[in-house]
Write a protein that binds this ligand. Structure first.
Ligand SMILES: *Cc1c(COP(=O)(O)O)cnc(C)c1O
Ligand code: SF4
Length: 402
């Protein structure tokens, strides 16, 4: 296999020793402690214009011009909380790279597609993606407090015509779910569904819970990472009430696992909601074994299970953040066996054309016959393993039929 050298080698350094932006942001926005702890304050005060960003970051005229140009096509939006995690002075800061536009977003736009996963094609009703037999994705808004530069739904940003589904639209989707008895798992998604307030979410949850074949409900949300203040008492009360609810979130780098994020996770777990993580493999941000191990360990310490590692989707305006597939395989190779299996996510490629998620694994099987499999372990030691054949009739207990 060709060796692909990862571009992010340095292990994450502690954020405490670097100068923090938080003081500067607080000087400019002057929040009270109560406001800083209130997600709606962060949401209202998010940084989404170049002039506002220039108040807290020392931007040159040329940087401002570039940012303005990129944001005409791909707007940006950064919560004060997430912005405050940037360690200034580091051009490769993982928080900076995920939130502030790069000029490269305007290059290579022919390499991607606006809707590679065919989410529009696979929608029987607007807002519902039903690709897998027993589960469906329920997209209730396209708003996100933070616009991730690698976002798969970047196509939705053009024109900034943000929407939350109206009640009749939600009802049409819920009708489809009610009629389609094969669906036992609904993933409430977006955009970011937690943009909708607690009362709106409670209404959606109550509707879904009135459908008997829906066994579990999941949220797909990045709020615990980009605006953990959102995980408030009201939200925890309703997810507890309408359980079983699961929550998948999206940490990409250990610098995001802050005390605030840890608190949000703790509250979710206390409300009986298992928290799993979906990471996107991002060039120059988390494309090394070291960073992925550090991320997994930080998550496990907080009882968050690494679930998927996604290869970057083929989306216009994100080519500069994509890695070769070999990089992902090398990362899994460097994790499996070297750390707990609990910390190793499933690496998946979501293929263009609506084929869905396809898992990729390093190869551990060297040869295979009816009698024997030759395997290698994580240290590349080879083992011959007897391949059992059925030895008689179907197993039956001595006490059969009691
Ligand atoms: C990822 C995804 C799901 C959920 O997949 P799981 O493997 O069950 O987590 C469901 N629907 C769509 C369209 C998806 O992309
Ligand atoms: S939270 Fe998800 S949907 Fe929202 S911008 Fe980030 S990647 Fe896109």
């Amino acid at each position: 296999m060709t060796t692909i050298v990862a571009e992010t080698k340095e292990p994450p350094s502690s954020s405490s020793q670097a100068p923090s932006l938080r003081e500067r942001i607080c000087e400019v926005l002057k929040p009270t402690q109560e406001q800083w702890d209130d997600w709606k304050w962060h949401f209202r005060n998010r940084f989404n214009t170049v002039d506002k960003l220039a108040k807290v970051l020392p931007l040159t005229e040329s940087q401002k011009r570039q940012l303005k140009l990129v944001s005409l096509k791909f707007p940006f939006s950064i919560t004060p909380y997430y912005l405050s995690l940037i360690r200034t002075g580091d051009p490769y800061d993982p928080i900076l790279l995920q939130s502030v536009p790069s000029f490269e977003e305007l290059l290579n736009t022919d390499m991607g597609q606006p809707d590679p996963l065919h989410e529009r094609v696979d929608s029987p009703v607007p807002g519902l993606v039903h690709r897998y037999p027993d589960r469906a994705l329920f997209v209730i808004t396209d708003i996100c407090p933070l616009l991730c530069r690698h976002c798969t739904r970047k196509r939705e940003w053009e024109g900034e015509s943000w929407w939350i589904r109206t009640k009749p639209q939600l009802e049409a989707a819920i009708d489809y779910l009610r009629k389609t008895t094969a669906i036992r798992d609904v993933i409430i998604s977006g955009g970011d569904p937690l943009t909708v307030d607690n009362a709106g979410l409670e209404w959606v949850l109550a509707q879904l819970r009135s459908i008997s074949h829906i066994e579990i409900i999941r949220f797909g949300t990045r709020f615990p990472v980009v605006l953990p203040q959102r995980i408030d008492e009201g939200f925890c009360r309703i997810i507890d009430k309408y359980g079983p609810v699961w929550l998948n979130t999206h940490f990409n780098h250990p610098n995001e696992v802050t005390p605030e994020a840890a608190r949000a996770v703790r509250e979710l777990l206390r409300a009986g909601v298992p928290v799993n993580n979906q990471t996107v493999l991002l060039r120059g941000i988390n494309d090394s074994v070291e960073i992925q191990l550090a991320l997994s360990h930080a998550l496990l310490k907080n009882r968050v299970r690494p679930y998927y590692l996604f290869h970057g989707d083929e989306v216009s305006g994100t080519e500069h953040l994509r890695t070769p597939v070999e990089t992902g395989l090398k990362i899994i190779e460097g994790m499996r066996g070297h750390t707990s299996g609990l910390g190793v996510p499933t690496y998946v490629v979501d293929v263009a054309g609506g084929g869905g998620k396809i898992p990729l694994q390093p190869n551990y099987v060297l040869s295979w016959s009816e009698d024997e499999i030759t395997l290698r372990n994580f240290e590349w030691k080879t083992f011959h393993y007897r391949n059992p054949r059925p030895t008689g009739p179907r197993p039956i207990s001595v006490l059969a039929g009691v």
